[in-house]
Structure formats: structure tokens, C-alpha cells
Design a protein around this ligand. Structure first.
Ligand SMILES: [Zn+2]
Length: 353
């Protein structure tokens, strides 16, 4: 019964999503959605004009803030180029467990932000009534705002997407923000650490990214992949709760019919948020890598927009499931044994020689 309710609410969200993506109403996902996507090698163009711009996002957040009594909008700092970086807060009770959702540390990984923006609208709807009584929710969307807008101090000539802008992994200084979590040199990383990580008592974090298009598990292309902290320095209880967070997400996404998740093959470096934040703050973290990037210099990483609908929905499903499981406490009973059998994704061999 719970599943039915979720599906129904997702459908109405997809229709509402057409407002954000006015140039291209979202297609409803189908069971075959994962295989339909890559597109770039075929006839599909990659058009970034349908993606929400930074300014559109800022307007949208301010409008939601005005509409939603429970929501607070805060500026946590500025990007290299001076763009305000936002934190969306739903803090019902400081004693409640708190989860942080972080999107777009890599500017060319935008659909997670699109999903987070839809989720913010979802948070203000009657569907979350009662849920926020048991959990505090923090959302930092589009941390790498300059990269997302292609407003950077390096050349974009090799980026493959067409449209209003290119989107880059790096920030304006050509630094990978997700390798800056120990030294914290970039203004975006500082804003996140000083005004979010060190200011709130956060229990869980999902760090949302996009990976390439050709990863598979058990012979099928994946819609994404997940991983817990893999540094040996992580506290045992933090690791357990990270795996439980992964179990909640896996159960919600992999059971949809269109979601198919693999285990991400990630490193141990603590410069990466999944590892560094788990160690420094004792926060249970989950990396979620959605399939396919919005732009890149390397073609097989980029995914055509035909897949946008289900990837945005995958983000909303993930955030919704995590918030509900923390709120009702069911996350503490999540069965983590699936991690023992979940295969690490592999790259589909190229058909070209
Ligand atoms: Zn990334």
C-alpha cells in the first residue's frame, strides 16, 4: 500500500515537473528506460537549454521559501564567481535525526539538482504531512554553481553538449570540489564545511553525483550505483548506519522496475566527501551516482535527455525514501546483508573496435 501511494505522488510530481522543464515536459519512465538512454552516439543531441539555470534555481528556491511555512532558505557562502550558495532547511525539532542531501559538487552532474528541486516542492505538499515531525532535512543544491553554468576560468571547447551553456566537473578555478574535503581551500567547500557540516548536528548525508553511461550489473546497464564510506578510519557505527541508509535507498529504487543499481567502485581517499565527512564529523554517508552526465569532454559519459525523467524520479524516490525511513525509525532495522551480494558495477565492453 505504501508503494502505491508513492507511485501516485510521483506521477503528479512528474506533471508538476513540466513547469520546471517547460521546454521539454518530462516523459514518464518505462521499464526499459535504462537501456534507452545513452543517445549521444546515436542521433540524439545533448541540449543543455532544458536544464534549470542557477538564476532559475535561486528564483525557484525563494518562491518555495515564501510558500512553505516550514522551509527556511539560507545563504551559506559564495562561489568563486560570487554566486550565492544555498541551504534549504526543514528543522522541526533540533532533537530529531538530521539528514543532508548534497547535489552537484560536480557542475556537469545536474539531474540530481533537478530532482532535489522537485523534492523541495514535494516537501511542501500534503504528502509529507507528519513525516517532517520525525526528521530534520537539509538540502544544499548545486554546490558548484559556477561549473554548472560553465562560468569558469578555463577552456570549454572540448565539451560535447550544445545549448545555452556547457557544464563542467570543476569549479571556476578548475578544482575538483570532491577532492577538497580535507584541505577545504575552495570557497564552495568552505561554505559547506563551515556553515553546514560544522553548524548542524547531522546524522546522515547522501552525496548525489552522476557517473558514465556504460556501467552494468548482472549484464544490464545500471540506472546508478551506491557506496558507503570505504576509508579504514571510519567508525564502525557510522559505517553500519551508512550501510543502512544504502539499504533504504536500494530497496526503494531497485524495486521500482526502472531502477537497477550496482555497487560503485570507489577509493579510500578522505579528500572525497563520502569518506572525509564520515571520518571528520561521524556522519553516515552514502554516495549515489546517477547514470550519465549532462556534459563532459568524454562522450561515453554524457547521457541524452530522453532519460531525464526517470533519473530525476530516481533522485526524488531516493530522497523521499531516506526521509521517511529516518522519520519513522525503520532505517535502524534496515537489512544490510544485500551489500554482501550486490555486485560491483563493471563497464560494458565497447562494441567498437
Ligand atoms: Zn560527481
Amino acid at each position: 500500500m505504501k508503494k502505491m501511494g508513492l507511485k501516485k505522488s510521483m506521477l503528479s510530481l512528474s506533471i508538476a515537473g513540466a513547469l520546471v522543464f517547460s521546454a521539454s515536459p518530462l516523459a514518464l519512465p518505462t521499464a526499459l528506460a535504462v537501456g534507452e538512454g545513452p543517445g549521444y552516439g546515436g542521433n540524439e543531441t545533448i541540449n543543455t537549454s532544458i536544464l534549470t539555470t542557477y538564476d532559475e534555481m535561486a528564483d525557484y528556491l525563494k518562491k518555495q521559501d515564501a510558500k512553505q511555512a516550514n522551509m527556511e532558505l539560507e545563504v551559506i557562502g559564495q562561489s568563486v564567481k560570487g554566486r550565492d550558495l544555498y541551504l534549504v532547511k526543514y528543522m522541526t525539532n533540533p532533537d530529531n535525526p538530521t539528514i543532508l542531501f548534497l547535489t552537484q559538487q560536480h557542475g556537469n552532474e545536474q539531474l540530481t539538482t533537478e530532482g532535489a528541486l522537485e523534492f523541495i516542492k514535494h516537501m511542501g505538499s500534503g504528502k509529507m504531512k507528519g513525516v517532517t515531525d520525525g526528521v530534520n532535512v537539509l538540502i544544499v543544491p548545486m554546490l558548484n554553481a559556477d561549473g554548472a553554468m560553465g562560468d569558469v576560468n578555463f577552456s570549454l571547447e572540448d565539451y560535447v553538449a550544445k545549448g545555452d551553456r556547457n557544464l563542467t566537473r570543476y569549479n571556476a578555478n578548475e578544482v575538483d570540489l570532491n577532492r577538497d574535503h580535507v584541505n577545504k581551500i575552495q570557497p564552495e567547500t568552505q561554505a559547506l564545511h563551515y556553515n553546514v557540516m560544522q553548524k548542524y548536528d547531522i546524522d546522515y548525508m547522501i552525496d548525489l553525483h552522476h557517473q558514465g553511461t556504460q556501467s552494468e550489473r548482472d549484464g544490464e546497464l545500471v540506472s546508478g550505483s551506491i557506496l558507503y564510506p570505504t576509508t579504514p578510519n571510519v567508525d564502525e557505527d557510522v559505517l553500519l548506519k551508512s550501510k543502512q541508509l544504502g539499504a533504504v535507498v536500494f530497496d526503494a529504487v531497485d524495486s521500482t522496475g526502472w531502477g537497477h543499481l550496482g555497487k560503485y567502485n570507489g577509493g579510500n581517499a578522505e579528500t572525497i566527501s563520502r569518506n572525509g565527512i564520515a571520518v571528520e564529523y561521524g556522519i553516515s554517508t552514502l554516495l549515489f551516482e546517477m547514470r550519465g552526465m549532462s556534459d563532459h569532454e568524454y562522450e561515453p559519459y554524457v547521457l541524452g535527455q530522453k532519460s531525464n525523467g526517470y533519473l530525476i524520479k530516481q533522485t526524488i524516490t531516493t530522497l523521499d525514501a531516506a526521509v521517511r525511513a529516518i522519520s519513522d525509525g525503520s532505517i535502524e532495522n534496515a537489512d544490510i546483508s544485500f551489500w554482501d551480494t550486490l555486485a560491483t558495477q563493471t563497464t560494458r565492453p565497447s562494441s567498437e573496435e
